[in-house]
Design a protein around this ligand. Sequence first.
Ligand code: ADP
Length: 258
Amino acid sequence: YFEQESIVIQTDNGVGGQVIMLKNITPFKELDAAKTNFIATISHELKTPLFAIKMSTQLLDDKRIGELNTDQREILESLKKNTERLLKITGELLNLSQVESGRIQLQKEATQPAMIVERALQAVQQLAAQSQVQLKQNVGTNLPAINIDEEKTTWVLINLLSNAIKYSSENGSVEIKAEKINNQLIFSVADRGKGIHAQYVTHVFDKYFKVPGSNESTSTGLGLSISKEFIEAQGGSIWVKSEYGSGSTFGFNFLLNS
Ligand code: ADP
């Protein structure tokens, strides 16, 4: 691998030239690939024990095991929250390694919009209940099936829904929508939460970007950047409309074959 740099030289008396430098960056590329591989392996390896921990916390919640006292319940809630956080981070790292290696493998199949909306809603139901946020859905009737990667698109929807819930206030509501406008299929997630300042809104899809002061210890700033990669890899486009103080709508569009 070579990186090219060039300098154009122009003197006052009209004599000019160009210097082209080629830098061999193969070792850096190899190191980068090794790092990406390492991240992929580690995050994959972490997932199995983390799921086992998650299952155990769910078992502890089962009344048949016995009632927990207040202190024990508090510890269990913390354990559950942190397990979810670790699962989210490892999931993001795994996806990031795919994105970084430039190998987003798509498994496209004819997908019913209502089905992925349903799956995404199910995945965030518990989070919404804990945060006392009401989930609403508005899926157009007779929407055509689209040829997309079901798993990755559902992951994006879950990510948008989790953010919307996270940044909503208690008793807030979040609406997920799927609609067809002209020859586009549009998915969107709207919240009435804190919204995003105009100066930051253009950066929310940047890697590692977090809105300053969002004070979110659970935030990695990766979710939206990976979402963008996943949607664009499928030929779609992702967008946000937000008004500070009154809420945000995140969405993505896919062009339907006419
Ligand atoms: P993370 O994966 O850490 O949640 P994201 O990439 O999803 O990070 O989000 C980047 C930043 O965008 C967040 O830190 C947050 O400040 C802001 N953000 C994302 N979604 C919303 C939303 N629905 N309302 C307000 N701010 C949001």
